[in-house]
Write a protein that binds this ligand. Structure first.
Ligand SMILES: Nc1ncnc2c1ncn2[C@@H]1O[C@H](COP(=O)(O)OP(=O)(O)OP(=O)(O)O)[C@@H](O)[C@H]1O
Ligand SMILES: [Mg+2]
Length: 437
C-alpha cells in the first residue's frame, strides 16, 4: 500500500516523547514524492530561497557562523523597519539604527531551543537589562540566499499584534547571522507540563485554555492558520501569560474561497483526522483539533494521541473517540485516503469514560466540540471562548502566576536535556553497581 510504505518509512520506530518530536526535516520537509497529494504552498523544507535582492540576504553567509557569544557589530535589518517594530513602546532599546550603538547589545544567557531551522537563545539587552529570545535563522543549507520560509514567518509575525501571540521585536544581523528578536517567554507548555514541581489548579487550566483560544481566534480572524499548534510552540511566562509562537508553518488562507494547501502539516500527535485522511482543502479547523489535543494534555499532562506513524495515529484516535461514520462526519468517505486506511471494525466512542476523571462536565463538552470529527462541525475559536466552561462553570479563570515560583525555566529543550542527564546518571549508577558486585 503506497501510503503505508511511505509513511512507515518516514516515522518508523519513533516512540516515546524523545523520539516522536518530529524532526522538522521529516515532518515539515515532507517527502513530496511519498505523498499522493501535492500541496500548492511552500512549507519549510522546500529548498526555495528569495533572491539576493532581499534586504537581508546582503548580509548572508555561506559558511556556518561561529556561536554568537557575545553579539557584535549588530545591525538592524531593514526588515525590522515595519510597523510591528516602529510603534513598540516596550521594545528593548534598539531604536537607534547606528551600528556602533548595537555593539554588544545582547549578551547570550543560555540556549533555550533547538529547532531544525535554527537555535533559540535567551539573551539580555545590555542597555535595558530586558531579556529577549534570539532565534537564529539557519542559512548554511541555503544556497541562494535568505530562506523564503523564514521570510514568510517574519512577514506574518509583523502583521500580528495580540497579547496571546509572541511579539517579534525586530530582525538583527550579527557576525553574518540573521536573528529574529522576540519577547522572552520563560517556559513553553511541553516544558512546564513535564514538571512535577507544579500543578495547575482548575482555574489556571481554564485561563491557559482561554488564552490559547484567544490567540487562535485572533489569528483566524486575521486570516492566518498556524498549522503547528503543539506544546513546544505554546509559550508561557512567569506572569501566567500564554502566547502562541513558531509561525514557521503558518500561512494566510483564503476566507471566501477554499483552495488546496499542503497536506503534511501539523506535528503528528496534533494532526486532525481530515489531514491524516489526505485532505488538501482545509481551513482554520485544523488548528482547532490541535487545540482540543492541547486542552486534554493540559489536564492529563501527557499528549493524548501518541501515534507512531500516520496510520497508527488514526488507530489511536479511533480507540479513544471511536471510528468515524458518515452520520458523524458527512463526506468522510470522499476523502482521498479513506478507502486505503478505513477502519476494519467499528470502535465505540470512549472519550467521556476516559476523561471524566480529569475534567468537569463543561470542560468535557468543550473538548468534545474541539475534537469533532467533521471539520465543519468543529467549534471555532471564537465560539469556544463563549462555551459554558468559561462563561458559567466555576471556578473562573485565573492566570497561573505561580509559575514565577517554579525553579528553573522550562522549555522542551531543557526538559529533553534534563531527561538525558537523568538517563546517563542512571546508566552510570547501574555500571557502578555492576562493578561493585
Ligand atoms: N520567544 C521565546 N521565548 C522563549 N523561548 C522561546 C521563544 N521562542 C521559541 N522559544 C523556544 O525555542 C523553541 C524552538 O523555537 P521555535 O519553535 O520557534 O523554533 P523551530 O526552529 O521552529 O523549532 P522546532 O523545529 O523545534 O519547532 C520553542 O519550542 C521554545 O521552547
Ligand atoms: Mg517549534
Amino acid at each position: 500500500m503506497a501510503i503505508e510504505t511511505a509513511n512507515r518509512s518516514r516515522n518508523c520506530g519513533r516512540r516515546g516523547r524523545e523520539n516522536w518530536t518530529p524532526s522538522r526535516r521529516q515532518d515539515r520537509g515532507y517527502s513530496r514524492s511519498a505523498s499522493p497529494y501535492r500541496g500548492s504552498d511552500g512549507v519549510r523544507g522546500r529548498k526555495r530561497s528569495v533572491s539576493s535582492a532581499s534586504s537581508v540576504s546582503s548580509h548572508r553567509t555561506r559558511t556556518p557562523p561561529p556561536a554568537p557569544q557575545p553579539l557584535q557589530e549588530t545591525r538592524r535589518s531593514p526588515i525590522s523597519d515595519g510597523p510591528a517594530v516602529r510603534d513598540n513602546t516596550d521594545v528593548p532599546a534598539t531604536a537607534t539604527p547606528s551600528i556602533s550603538a548595537h555593539r554588544d547589545l545582547y549578551s547570550i544567557v543560555s540556549q533555550v531551543g533547538e529547532g531544525t531551522f535554527g537555535k533559540v537563545y535567551k539573551a539580555r539587552n545590555t542597555v535595558t537589562n530586558v531579556h529577549v529570545a534570539l532565534k537564529r535563522i539557519r542559512m548554511e543549507s541555503e544556497r541562494d540566499g535568505f530562506p523564503v520560509t523564514a521570510m514568510r514567518e517574519i512577514k506574518l509575525l509583523q502583521s500580528l499584534r495580540h497579547t496571546n501571540i509572541v511579539r517579534l521585536y525586530e530582525m538583527m544581523v550579527s557576525n553574518g547571522s540573521v536573528y529574529m528578536v522576540f519577547e522572552y517567554m520563560d517556559h513553553d507548555l511541553t516544558g512546564v507540563l513535564s514538571q512535577t514541581q507544579l500543578s495547575f489548579s482548575n482555574a489556571h487550566l481554564k485561563s491557559l485554555c482561554h488564552q490559547m483560544l484567544a490567540g487562535l481566534a485572533y489569528l483566524h480572524h486575521k486570516g492566518v492558520i498556524h498549522r503547528d499548534i503543539k506544546g513546544s510552540n505554546i509559550l508561557v511566562n512567569n506572569r501566567g501569560e500564554l502566547k502562541l509562537g513558531d509561525f514557521g508553518l503558518a500561512r494566510f488562507y483564503q476566507k471566501r474561497r477554499r483552495t488546496d494547501y499542503t497536506n503534511r502539516v501539523i506535528t503528528l500527535w496534533y494532526r486532525p483526522p481530515e489531514l491524516l485522511l489526505g485532505a488538501t482543502v482545509y481551513g482554520p479547523e485544523v488548528d482547532m483539533w490541535s487545540a482540543g489535543c492541547i486542552m486534554l494534555e493540559l489536564f492529563t499532562k501527557k499528549p493524548v494521541f501518541q501515534g507512531i506513524d500516520e496510520i497508527n495515529q488514526l488507530d489511536v484516535i479511533y480507540k479513544i473517540i471511536g471510528t468515524p461514520t458518515p452520520d458523524r462526519w458527512t463526506g468522510v468517505m470522499n476523502l482521498p485516503w479513506y478507502e486505503l486506511v478505513k477502519p476494519q471494525e467499528a470502535i465505540p466512542n470512549r472519550f467521556r469514560e476516559l476523561f471524566r476523571k480529569w475534567m468537569s462536565p463543561a470542560a468535557l463538552d468543550l473538548a468534545e466540540r474541539l475534537l469533532a470529527y467533521d471539520p465543519s462541525q468543529r467549534v471555532t475559536a471564537a465560539q469556544a471562548m463563549q462555551a459554558s466552561y468559561f462563561t458559567q462553570e466555576e471556578p473562573a479563570a485565573e492566570p497561573p502566576v505561580g509559575l514565577a515560583m517554579l525553579e528553573g525555566e522550562w522549555h522542551e529543550y531543557e526538559t529533553k536535556r534534563e531527561r538525558e542527564k537523568r538517563k546517563q546518571q542512571q546508566h552510570h549508577q547501574r555500571r557502578r553497581t555492576e562493578t561493585a558486585q
